[in-house]
Design a protein around this ligand. Sequence first.
Ligand SMILES: [Zn+2]
Length: 173
Amino acid sequence: MPERENQENPIPRFAADCMLGKLAKWLRILGFDTAYSNGWKDRELLSLARAEGRVLLTRDTRLFRRVSGSDRVIFIENDSFRSQIQEVISHLNFLPPPERFFTRCSWCNHSLVDFPRGEARARVPDYVFETQESFAFCPGCERIYWGGTHRRMAKEILDKIRLITECCSKNMG
Ligand SMILES: [Zn+2]
C-alpha cells in the first residue's frame, strides 16, 4: 500500500526472509513497513523486494550472495532479535520518530486506523473498555489495539532503543 512520505527522506521499507519473523514484528512496531511471510520462496521474496523497492533483510548467505553489491540488502548476523534490531538501526543510522511507533499492525503490517471507542465496547473485554480511552483497528487482520498493549510495548522499545543508542555511540567513540 503506497503511503505519503517525505520524498527526499523516505522511511526505508523492508522485506524480511523466513528466519526473521520476530525482527519483522519489531520493525513493524517501530513504524517500518516490513513485508514478511514464512511461506515465501526465495524468488518470491526477491521479486517482491525488487518490485516494491524494499530493502532485503536476510540471514541466508546464499540469498545474500544473489543480491550482494546492491545497497538494498542487509545481511543480519545475530541470532537474538534485540541484536538484530540494533544491526538494522546501526546499518541505516536511522530510527523512525516515536510518533510512528505503533502505527502498523505487528501481525500483518497493515497501517492501523483509529477505532471509535463506542464500537470497541462490543469487541474488547469489559475491563479493557472501562480502563482504556483510545483504540486502534487493523483493517488487515481485524485485531484491535489499545493503550495497555501499547504502553507495555513502548517501555520494551524504549529500553531497547537506549541499548541501541549506547551501542551506536560506543561504536562511534
Ligand atoms: Zn493486522
